[in-house]
Write a protein that binds this ligand. Structure first.
Ligand code: HEM
Ligand code: HEM
Length: 211
């Protein structure tokens, strides 16, 4: 190996060692979102219990707010954090090209192949900077569910002022089901997502310190 080659090699190794997997804006908005989502889910469940859409209620121990009015206050406080933080994340995701680079394209064939590889324990997680097709689908899906839950939330919060939006979502009663379904999708995502974050080595570290 020539001196230049050795030098180049060392340089590229140093570059890999310090390469940022998740830039600061992704990490900060991600963890603010975790706080906001936790408050929104737990207070949403208490709101639900006051007038359940289905024949079940959420256990009091995992709801927030104590009663309907308390839960609504939590819900309306954290919604600003959730919406503003989400808007920053989506704007930067589009503007910086991160979404284009990391989340698309999603090919159905790749999703099937990667899902099969994951279930048989053959899916490589060696490069945390590149998402596999299942990850892309789930991340894009939860971002869309986040947009749907904010729009449906606005439509049931101000059904008179935002009546066009409420009408678009099938009217007040239907919008409540839309809002609930988006919550169920987000909670379902969360269960898988958190398990994976703890199973895949270094992925949690990368979302905290960036690399
Ligand atoms: C801008 C964001 C949001 C707004 C404006 C909003 C607004 C509302 C309003 C006004 C209600 C009361 C509906 C009623 O009286 O029946 C509600 C209920 C609820 N929200 Fe949200 N929400 C937002 C985000 C979220 C998020 C992020 C979650 C959870 C991931 C969530 C989960 C729930 C649940 C589970 C209910 C009870 C469902 C029901 O029984 O109708 N919300 N929301
Ligand atoms: C305690 C809860 C959570 C933990 C421990 C966690 C952990 C992580 C980790 C480790 C990553 C990077 C994973 C990877 O390399 O694929 C990640 C990415 C991501 N998480 Fe979470 N997460 C949590 C909650 C949430 C919630 C509530 C949402 C949304 C509803 C969410 C949405 C995302 C998205 C969209 C990404 C990809 C971000 C990007 O690359 O721009 N996470 N999370």
């Amino acid at each position: 190996m020539t001196i230049e080659a050795t030098h180049d090699h060392a340089l590229s190794r140093a570059a890999t060692a310090t390469a940022v997997i998740h830039p600061a804006w992704v990490r900060v908005t991600h963890w603010i979102n975790v706080v906001a989502m936790t408050v929104m889910i737990a207070s949403g469940w208490e709101i639900y219990n006051a007038s359940p859409l289905f024949p079940f209620a959420f256990p009091r121990a995992i709801t927030l707010g104590g009663w309907l009015a308390g839960a609504l206050l939590w819900h309306f406080a954290a919604m600003w954090l959730l919406a503003v933080n989400g808007l920053i994340y989506v704007t930067l995701g589009l503007a910086t090209g991160r979404f284009r680079r990391k989340l698309v394209p999603i090919r159905p064939g790749d999703v099937l192949a990667d899902a099969k590889a994951a279930l048989t324990g053959k899916l490589a997680h060696d490069d945390l900077a590149v998402y596999n097709a299942v990850q892309k689908l789930l991340y894009l899906g939860v971002i869309l569910a986040g947009i749907v839950i904010v729009l449906s939330g606005l439509s049931i919060w101000k059904p008179v002022q935002l009546q066009e939006l409420t009408a678009l979502l099938g009217g007040y009663d239907f919008a409540r089901y839309v809002h609930f379904s988006a919550m169920a999708a987000i909670v379902g995502f969360l269960l898988i997502h958190v398990i994976m974050a703890f199973l895949v080595p270094k992925s949690l570290r990368a979302m905290i310190i960036g690399r």
